[in-house]
Ligand binder design. Sequence first.
Ligand SMILES: [Ca+2]
Length: 199
Amino acid sequence: MIRHYFRRTFILSLVFGMTIFLLPGGVFAQDVAVAVDIKPGSCPNPMNVKSRGVLPVAILGVPYVDEANLGFEVSTIDTASIRLLVGGTEVAPIRSSFEDVAAPYTGGIPEEPTCEECSESEPDGIMDLTLKFRTQDIVAALSADIEGGTIIDGSCIVLELTGFLTDSTPITGQDVVRILKKGKVKPPKPPNPHKPPKD
Ligand SMILES: [Ca+2]
C-alpha cells in the first residue's frame, strides 16, 4: 500500500494549514490528515476498470505514542460523511465497517510517489474503518474527468478521500491506484452444447 501518512501529514499541514474551518460551536479546526489505504494488504493497488465489484478502502487507526502523538481513533469518524473525490465527482461508499485490516506505514516516502511505493502490512491491533466503493462508480467519475473519457492502462491515479469526524472536524487523505484494463475479467461461460439441459 502507498503509505503517505507521515509525508501527507507534513504536506497537508502546509496545504491545509491555511484552511481554517469554523465549527458550529465557534471552535476553529484544521483538517485532520488520515492514513488512507486502498486495497489493504495488497501492494500495489490495481483497479480493474472492467470490474463489476467493489474497491476496498480503509482509513487506518493510528496507535497512541505519547502526548505529542496522540494517534487516531477511527471511531471518531462520521462514516456517513466519507466520500472519494474523483475529479469533480464525489463518490460515496456503498457500505462500511470497523475492522482491523492493516497498519499505517512509518517509512520514508519519496517526493514523487508512484504506484510502487507501498508495502504489505498486517493488522496491528488498532481498529480501522473499512469502506467499499463500487468500482464502476469510480470509473464513471474518472471517465468524466478525463478528456475524451479514455482511462489509460497502467496509469497511476491519486484518489482523495474526504469526510468529517463526529465533531465536524474535516478529514482528508489519499492513496494511489494503478489502472488495469486487462486480465482477470472472466467472460461469462458459453453454454455447453454437449451437456443435456436440466429437467
Ligand atoms: Ca489497524
